[in-house]
Write a protein that binds this ligand. Structure first.
Ligand SMILES: *Cc1c(COP(=O)(O)O)cnc(C)c1O
Length: 430
């Protein structure tokens, strides 16, 4: 049996032409060293996670479902100790009761800011869902309503930090600095952990008592270290992204300085109760196992991202990051320059999904966006963007932001299918 032949035949049966298959083969060949590097990083992170499981003596009894108040929920506390070990924090809050990344960020901000304090974002406007938390759009219940003010310093034209303006922005009210590691859905690169470290050192040199929170969404396990290791005080993220490994069905985490974690817990549950209550509702096993799987899942997603970057750049599209550039999150941006490309690409991603492959994504209005948005996702866990997914606003430069893939093979198949759609729709020709 010629295994290459069999593989190609199977792709052909899946709808991939030999031209597109060949593009994929070329990409894999050109990226072999890049893939090796990604695998090594996954190995480093897998060891880090496994060591944390051993140190904390994770046991089958930690998977027992608890209900109600969940007093003495040792599995819940154990999971939090494991997160603290992995991410090098003093303590952690890892809960199904943290509904999403936004909720975790909101909990940490409300928990650690007081009336009269000022929040500083030194990396430009943060992720869209923070608008309402901060109160940029007049939303009820925002930090602004509670007397917490906000200041922002935009990045320079080359996406570097504007240190001079940051120094000027720090004043006697400034209490917390929020740094967003990932590009989110903005036209700027993600920051490396070292760049974050540089910024943390700078703001603390201006005002030593400042606390720094990193929005770590999409960044976990992409590098061999995490923001707490370069001086950030707390770090926040979503369990339906990287660290949930595709298995956690819900949840968020807050990890770092124990006083700040405790204050976040007082906000999540109630003052005085904090981390002491909260049943795990039976999701503990999946949260442990998801964290255990995460390094490998992230590696698969990253391979998918560089694979796509390579092929799409070759086809003439503007991609960010470029295939051989350093990566600091799992998001890949591709500018299609016209609506047809964005639409065809999303259709391809959707049609290669394990769930809802028969659905055709169409652009539609979304609250908070001034243009229509097209989204492709066929998920096991609703909205989980560690699973292969893609979306983009229908406006120039018609950028697709895509991420995820629970396995490298699925990421590859999804991308080849999307590229096939670009050919079939006449967006690119051979
Ligand atoms: C996804 C994301 C969030 C919000 O997380 P949700 O789980 O969607 O609420 C915040 N910041 C960044 C950078 C993100 O990527």
């Amino acid at each position: 049996m010629d295994i290459n032949r069999v593989l190609e035949d199977n792709y052909r049966n899946f709808g991939i032409s030999s031209d597109v298959y060949e593009l994929g083969r070329e990409a894999e060949k050109a990226l072999s060293e890049r893939f090796e590097e990604i695998d090594k990083l996954a190995e480093i992170n897998q060891l880090k996670v496994l060591s944390a499981f051993r140190e904390n003596r994770v046991s089958e009894t930690d998977f027992v479902k608890t209900t109600g108040y969940g007093y003495d929920a040792s599995g819940r506390d154990k999971l939090e100790s494991v997160y603290a070990s992995v991410f090098r924090g003093e303590d952690a809050l890892v809960r199904a009761q943290l509904i999403s990344g936004t909720h975790a960020i909101s909990t940490a901000l409300f928990g650690n800011l007081r009336p009269g304090d000022e929040l500083l974002c030194p990396c430009g406007k943060p992720y869209d869902t923070l608008d309402s938390i901060i109160g940029l759009n007049g939303a009820a219940g925002s930090l602004a309503e509670y007397g917490v003010t906000y200041r922002q310093v935009d990045l320079k034209d080359d996406f570097g930090f504007d240190y001079e303006a940051i120094r000027d922005a720090i004043n006697e009210k400034t209490a917390l600095v929020e740094i967003q590691r990932s590009r989110g859905y903005a036209q700027r690169p993600a920051f490396s952990v070292d760049e974050i470290g540089e910024l943390v050192r700078f703001v603390k040199s201006v005002k030593p008592e400042l606390r720094v929170m990193v929005d770590n969404c999409y960044g976990e396990f992409v590098e061999d270290k995490e923001p707490l290791e370069v001086g950030a005080d707390i770090m926040v993220g979503s369990l339906i992204k990287n660290p949930g490994g595709g298995l956690a069905p819900i949840g968020g985490y807050i990890v770092g300085n124990s006083d700040m974690v405790e204050k976040s817990a007082y906000r999540l549950t109630a003052p005085g109760l904090g981390k002491e209550i909260g049943a795990n509702l039976g999701v503990n096993k999946d949260m442990f196992q998801g964290l255990f799987m995460s390094s490998q899942v992230v590696a698969g997603a990253e391979k998918g991202a560089v694979f796509a970057a390579f092929i799409l750049e070759k086809l003439g599209f503007d991609v960010s990051p470029r295939p051989f550039e350093g990566r600091h999150d799992i998001i890949q941006a591709v500018n299609f320059g016209a609506p047809d490309g964005l639409r065809a690409f999303c259709e391809g991603i959707q049609s290669a999904a394990p769930v809802d492959s028969f659905v055709r994504p169409v652009p539609s209005d979304m609250p908070g966006y001034d243009s229509q948005v097209i989204m492709a996702a066929g998920n096991f866990i609703s909205g989980a963007s560690i699973e292969l997914s893609c979306d983009g606003p229908m406006r120039p430069p018609y950028t697709a932001f895509f991420q995820g893939g629970l396995t490298w093979y699925h990421a590859k198949t999804g991308i080849l299918t999307a590229v096939q759609k670009l050919f079939d729709a006449g967006v690119v020709c051979r």
